[in-house]
Design a protein around this ligand. Structure first.
Ligand SMILES: Cc1ncc(COP(=O)(O)O)c(C=O)c1O
Length: 393
């Protein structure tokens, strides 16, 4: 019996990071020596205050549907944060939809903005789900490769090379998964110029890692430019910066026209984001100290881990400016990143996500997460050093 399935969705490749995470868990269950650096989530617990609020809400019976795009008090807090911390003066509570995870916010925004056959540009190396989400909307995803030899800097030429009359959306993500790069002011100006030159294009800025910044780097939110703000969608959430991956809560902020259309999809597919989770997430705005403590820990781990990898001949990793990933190039002759990933797993017992999953076709790049404890990171560096030494003998 042959079924008629949705062609676009059936053709989507499974999320490489989810597949690798599942594989790492399977391997670790039978071999405790495996170092799992594949996952994209903090190893820290969610701050206590947030968990306490969740239990308080559930015990008080706050377990019913909520109405609208999110609890008004949470949307107000999010909008106030976007105005005060990100300089996005145009946002108010009505600009915000609270979604089950940032991923759904991206999906809702893409579905609200593109029609079948439209083109969605996204920068590579880039997060694995952007092309898949575009594909689910029957849009055409267009990778915009940034050059490692230029420090993955955005240039006007690279953007102009890929834009066509069908382009409706450009997706950017800073701090970046997987490279750890942040958006500089000059690059933000390039994005601004691009949006101004192309009136049919909307910019989606995924700022999911915005508080995980190192060495005094700052996050630039494109929606802080008033002249392009109506054509910018800002996506953020609580997963990475507040260690709330499993809670599934995030948000999008956009102009009233975009929110109106995205809200229709949201209402009919999700109804509402869980009320007790929203109440608890509101407490995240009082967790500045906990968030900063995690950031400091990531910076210490980054220094140790990236420093350690760079001391190994044949291994190179640019110092990440934000997020918690080491985007690492291996000199493994004749191997692409899939083969290299297998080699590293078999010979160093370290699991990372192959670079090709992020659109990096050339060379053997791997993404390792350093959101894990020091002992695991030490073991990973020692094993990689031993493996590379063996290879060079
Ligand atoms: C760049 C980026 N954006 C969005 C997300 C989705 O986050 P959430 O867990 O809130 O859905 C992730 C998670 O891996 C991510 O890395």
């Amino acid at each position: 019996m042959s079924l008629n399935l949705n062609r676009e969705i059936a053709a989507i490749v499974p999320s490489a990071s989810m597949v690798t995470m599942a594989k790492a868990k399977r391997l670790k269950a039978v071999d405790a020596e495996i170092v799992d650096l594949a996952g994209g989530e903090p190893d820290f617990d969610t701050p206590r205050k947030i968990c306490d609020e969740l239990f308080r809400q559930i015990n008080a019976g706050y377990t019913h549907y909520t109405v609208g795009n999110g609890l008004p008090e949470l949307r107000e807090k999010i909008a106030a944060k976007l105005r005060a911390e990100n300089g996005c003066a145009g946002y108010d509570a009505d600009s915000v939809i609270v979604t089950p995870g940032g991923k759904y916010a991206i999906y809702a925004a893409v579905r609200a903005l593109v029609n079948p056959g439209d083109e969605v540009m996204y920068l590579t190396p880039g997060w694995v789900s952007y092309p898949a989400i575009a594909q689910a909307a029957a849009a055409v995803s267009v990778a915009v490769p940034l050059d490692p030899d230029e420090g993955y800097r955005i240039t006007e030429e690279t953007l102009e090379e890929k834009v066509t009359s069908k382009t409706r959306l450009l997706i950017v993500n800073y701090p970046n998964n997987p490279t750890g790069r942040v958006l500089t002011r000059p690059e933000a100006e390039i994005l601004r110029g691009f949006v101004l030159r192309h009136p049919d294009v909307v910019l989606l800025s995924d700022e999911m890692y915005e508080k995980i910044l190192f060495d005094g780097n700052e996050n630039v939110s494109p929606a802080s430019y008033a002249d392009i703000a109506p054509r910018v969608v800002t996506v953020n959430g609580f997963s990475k910066c507040v260690a709330m991956t499993g809670w599934r809560i995030g948000y999008m902020a956009a102009s009233p026209e975009i929110v109106k259309v995205a809200a229709k999809l949201f209402q009919h597919t999700i109804s509402c984001t869980s009320g007790f989770i929203q109440k608890a997430a509101a407490v995240a705005f009082e967790c500045g100290e906990e968030i900063e403590a995690m950031r400091r820990a990531y910076q210490e781990r980054r220094d140790f881990f990236v420093g350690g990898l760079n001391a190994v001949p044949g291994v190179h990793c640019e110092m990440p400016e934000g997020a918690f990933y080491a985007w690492t190039k291996f000199d493994l002759p004749g191997m692409d990143s899939n083969q290299g990933g297998e080699y590293i797993l078999n010979n160093a017992k370290v699991v990372g996500v192959p670079g090709v999953s992020y659109g990096e076709e050339k060379g053997c790049w791997m993404r390792f997460s350093f959101a894990t404890d020091d002992a695991q990171l030490r073991r990973a560096v020692a094993n990689v050093a031993r493996m590379m030494k063996g290879l060079r003998k």
